[in-house]
Every structure is written in C-alpha cells, then in structure tokens.
Write a protein that binds this ligand. Sequence first.
Ligand SMILES: Cc1cc2nc3c(=O)[nH]c(=O)nc-3n(C[C@H](O)[C@H](O)[C@H](O)COP(=O)(O)OP(=O)(O)OC[C@H]3O[C@@H](n4cnc5c(N)ncnc54)[C@H](O)[C@@H]3O)c2cc1C
Ligand code: FES
Length: 275
Amino acid sequence: MEYGKISVILRRELEQMKKLIRELEILDNRSVARDQFQLTLRGEEVLPEVMPGQFVNVAVPDSPQTFLRRPFSVLDFAPETNTLSLLIKAVGQGTRHLAACRVGQKLSLLLPLGRKFTLPESADRIFLIGGGSGIAPMLFLAKYCGLPREQVTLFLGARSRADAIALRGYEQYARCYIATEDGSVGERGFVTLHSIYKSEFTKNNRIYACGPAPMLKAIAKDAVTTGIFYELSLENMMACGFGVCLCCVEPTIYGNRTVCSHGPVFNINELTWQI
Ligand SMILES: Cc1cc2nc3c(=O)[nH]c(=O)nc-3n(C[C@H](O)[C@H](O)[C@H](O)COP(=O)(O)OP(=O)(O)OC[C@H]3O[C@@H](n4cnc5c(N)ncnc54)[C@H](O)[C@@H]3O)c2cc1C
Ligand code: FES
C-alpha cells in the first residue's frame, strides 16, 4: 500500500482514539538554560485540551535520520490563545534539530497523549519535584491545580546554575526552591536532600515528580515508608506514543503496561520497583 494511503488510514484510526495530528507554528524559540530551550507553538486549527502530565509527540522537520516523533511533556497550554509550550533539553540529533527551528516554522504534533496527573483536592498540600527538564509537567501542574500558593511547594533539581531554568514566573503559584549538585544556586546537593523537602515531608502531603530515575526512586523510598500519595511521570524510550509498538513497556502490578498509553503518569503503588 502506498505511503499516502497508509497515512490517511493512520489519521482516521488516531482520530477514533481521540489523538490528533496538528500543525503548529513556532511563535517563540528561546534558550532558557544550558542546552534547554522553550518552544511556544500556536495551532492553526483549534487544539484539543491538554492536561498536566500529558505529552505530545513532535515530528522533527527536515531530519530523515530522526523520522520517529519525539515525546515531550507539555509545559503550558493556553486554550484562549490556542498555544502550547514545551521545555526541551537538547540531548541528541532530534532535539538539536528542534533547537535550531525558527519562528514561523511549522511543526507537526500528535496530541494529546498519555494519562494526566490526578488533580489534588482543595485541602491538599502538594510537593512538585522536577529534575532537569522533568520540571516541565510540574510547572504546568503548579499553574493549573488552582490551589493557593501556600499549599504548593515546587522543587527544581539541576546540576548547576547554568542548568537551572528561572522559576520567577512561577513564584505566584508556588513556593519555589532549587537544589544544585555544585551549590552554585540554591542548596548544594540532590533535590531530595533539600532542607525544606526533608523538614516538610509529612503524610498529609501529595507528591508529584518527573525526572531522572534515581531521583524518582529516592522519592519513592520516602513515599513508600510514609504511605504518602506519590504520582510520577516516567520517560521511557518511545516510538509511536499511542500504545501500538510496545517499545515503552514498564512492569506494573497489572503486568507489563505501555508507558505512553497507560502512563506516563503512574501512582507509585502501581509500579513494581524494588525500593
Ligand atoms: C513521556 C515523555 C515526556 C518527555 N518530556 C520531555 C520534556 O518535557 N523535555 C525534554 O527535554 N525531554 C523530554 N523527554 C525526553 C525526550 O523525549 C528525549 O530526550 C528525546 O526524545 C531525545 O531525542 P533526540 O533525537 O534528541 O535524542 P536521540 O538521538 O534519540 O538520543 C540521544 C540521547 O538521549 C537519550 N534519550 C532518548 N530518548 C530518551 C528518553 N525518552 N528519555 C531520556 N533519554 C532519552 C538517548 O538514550 C541518548 O543517550 C520525554 C520523554 C518521554 C517519554
Ligand atoms: S511508544 Fe509505542 S507503545 Fe508506547
């Protein structure tokens, strides 16, 4: 079957799954920290609703070597302007190509993908913990959750000052803290050893996190011993992004599950991690 026909069939199947392919125009592409850039994109057609924790699969333009779409959590979604933002760390060919994209260029996105975070109840105190570019879905949740600022505490873990994005714009939604491995900004050390995290971690909090596996596992240890609510977003390697290729499976208490469609958000109690 020729490629054009396959493409039409695939789009129809995806629409039945409520996954859409949309062309978005780059409104802004700016550097926000070392090797990290923020893309702001506007849809030509109305974008479907995207919730904190969900992700998009982005086709890298003019890059035959990276023909598979690349997954990125949503940093922000504004239906009133039909815009969506991503925070991307350039780590390989695909992300470096995206970093070089110019304002006005169009990107093809598959969205909305994956399971969102469970929104907190109005009385909850929440801890949002992001390591590196894993801060993206945490910032979206901080803004979206609707809790008063005093109930939201946000932690960013980074290697150094140069790797830490500015949190100024989020001070209105959360108390914000940074930990860097070299101590060049915020407290020195891993984010899970931050003094505020250590002193305020109680059973009455909810924890949400995204970032490197060692960070997620360190939080899991604290959460499991205290029995605290803990949801995390996994970033397993992905290809299709909608549950067909099976390249992103994670063992869970229900058996192997695709992270792209059953996750990327999981409750720690669903995973079978040895902690
Ligand atoms: C659900 C989900 C959400 C994500 N959200 C973000 C985000 O908000 N911001 C962001 O910067 N990145 C995010 N990632 C990771 C991002 O998708 C990868 O960094 C990207 O696909 C790498 O593409 P590349 O072509 O540049 O790298 P490649 O050339 O494909 O690989 C370069 C290096 O990156 C590593 N890599 C590739 N894919 C991943 C991955 N999924 N996780 C970790 N390392 C990877 C490879 O092992 C290799 O070492 C997310 C991944 C998933 C699955
Ligand atoms: S990426 Fe294909 S099944 Fe998850």
